[in-house]
Design a protein around this ligand. Structure first.
Ligand SMILES: [Zn+2]
Length: 462
């Protein structure tokens, strides 16, 4: 029998490196050797001599290498409804947009997914996620379109298959025609997991069970959704404790606050992560820490909708896993994750802990290893260590935006969004010199605009 083929190697040298490993190891000038889809070695100075099968050498002079960024909360379809309801709080904003969102179809969702993914990949995201929960009747294979777009882009991806079954007639916010039935939502979610979820170490596609939020989902769907995820061995995701209005809604409808409601429906656990978690008291944070429930912190969206400041320093201190999220681009038009590193740091310093809230290294950790933790992939991605998957980014820090900033990590967190010279996902290039390699950016921009206009037309006629 022939020996297994020696994997192809990519050698990156002469760059600063922030590994984001458990010790926050950094190298002022170091190397990374990628073999196949994994990191083979990493260290200070030059790469080892005599490596076989090197197909590419990258001179990383003037760059910082970090793990690829990991986005933990998004709604791709909102890419084609950006710039609407710009001065609203969450419930006003939802009520304004649901009637339009309820008209989406497969072609629109595909264009929106391409736009969302393209913007994130260009900005150093190597693992994306989409929480998709609007499935109008006869709108086509929306999950398939989203997963196809991620695969075309070349990024690692988690689809959080969402659902809503509490419409206006049941005291919820979405219009009646925008929701699924309890049975329909559960069956479609199970089918999506069975068709697309890959549990392997180097999976490019995973699926989570993700009813939308307490105010758009029945208690039965929350409970049975949790049971379904555990039966199938996949993760659970939803929105939690985003606004004061939501807290009030939970008290009125369920006679308890959001965290107690989640606990009563089986929604606290180390297989669960929730977006936002802004309005959490000490016992809520303790419950998340005790159960290992994760948080997707979305600072720009929380600011855009005036939701408040999540208590990230307190969560980290308690041991809650925290990642970063763009959130849907109808509440964060930029759609970039690297700016969330900066916003997480700055917004948290406006909270109770002031200048001690977060530092640059902690912000980078939220956007990388923290994201891997909440997606359940901390052994595979999120830090640069031998044996982990080769998802990494070369940030250019010798240009006008960054060359005079004293420290490389400070440069990419406190400074402007740094240009991406190269990003690798699973050992393969996805971005080179700021451009997407696998899709035509201009075509993506055109089709997103066309589909946004088509959706606006259909919504206006309805
Ligand atoms: Zn969201």
């Amino acid at each position: 029998m022939a020996a297994p083929a020696d994997p192809q190697r990519i050698v990156i040298e002469n760059c600063a490196i922030a590994t984001v490993d458990a010790d926050d190891t950094e190298y002022a000038s170091g190397y990374v050797v990628v073999a196949g889809n994994k990191i083979e070695s990493i260290g200070a100075g030059k790469a080892p001599e005599g490596l076989a099968n090197v197909v590419r050498r990258v001179d990383g002079t003037g760059h910082l290498v970090t793990p690829g960024l990991i986005n933990t909360h998004h709604h791709f379809y909102q890419w084609i409804t950006r710039g609407l309801a710009t001065d609203h709080n969450l419930f006003q904003w939802l009520t304004a947009l649901y009637p339009t969102w309820a008209r989406i179809d497969e072609q629109m969702v595909k264009a929106a997914a391409q736009g969302s993914l393209g913007m994130m990949a260009r900005g150093g995201v190597t693992t994306a996620m989409d929480h998709h929960y609007v499935f109008p009747k006869d709108s086509g294979d929306l999950s398939g379109a989203i997963i196809g777009a991620a695969s075309d882009m070349g990024v690692r991806f988690t689809l959080a298959r969402g659902s809503m079954d509490r419409s206006e007639k049941d005291g919820g916010l979405p219009p009646d025609f925008a929701v699924e039935s309890l049975e329909g939502a559960l069956a479609a979610t199970e089918e999506t997991v069975k068709k697309h979820h890959d549990a392997s170490f180097d999976a490019m596609t995973q699926v989570a069970v993700a009813p939308c939020s307490p105010f758009s989902v029945s208690t039965e769907l929350m409970k049975q959704g949790a049971e379904l995820a555990r039966r199938l061995g996949v993760r659970l995701h939803t929105h939690g404790s985003e606004t004061v209005e939501e807290e009030k809604f939970c008290h009125e409808l369920f006679g308890m606050g959001p965290t107690d409601y989640f606990e009563s429906t089986g929604w606290l656990g180390d297989d669960v992560w929730m977006a936002h978690c802004v309005h959490m008291n000490d016992s809520d944070i303790a419950a998340f820490a005790r159960t290992g429930t994760g948080v997707a912190h979305c600072p720009s969206s929380n600011a855009r909708l005036a939701a408040g400041i999540a208590r990230v320093p307190d969560m980290l201190k308690a041991g809650v896993p925290v990642g970063l999220g763009v959130d849907g681009t109808a509440s964060n038009e930029s759609g970039e994750l690297h700016t969330e590193l900066r916003n997480a740091l700055l917004i948290n310093r406006l909270g109770a802990h002031r200048e001690a809230a977060l530092n640059a290294r902690q912000a980078l950790r939220l956007g990388t290893f923290g994201g891997a933790q909440v997606l359940g992939r901390a052994t595979q991605i999120g830090s640069l260590e031998p044996g982990k998957l080769a998802d990494l980014v070369l940030w250019k820090i010798d240009g006008i935006g960054h060359s005079s900033i004293a420290d490389p990590v400070t440069a990419i967190v406190f400074g402007a969004a740094a240009p991406v010279t190269l990003s690798l996902v699973n050992g393969k290039p996805v971005v080179e010199n700021g451009r997407l390699l696998n899709v035509d950016e201009d075509a993506v921009a055109r089709s997103a605009r066309d589909e946004a206009q088509r959706l606006a037309r259909i919504a206006a006629e309805a």
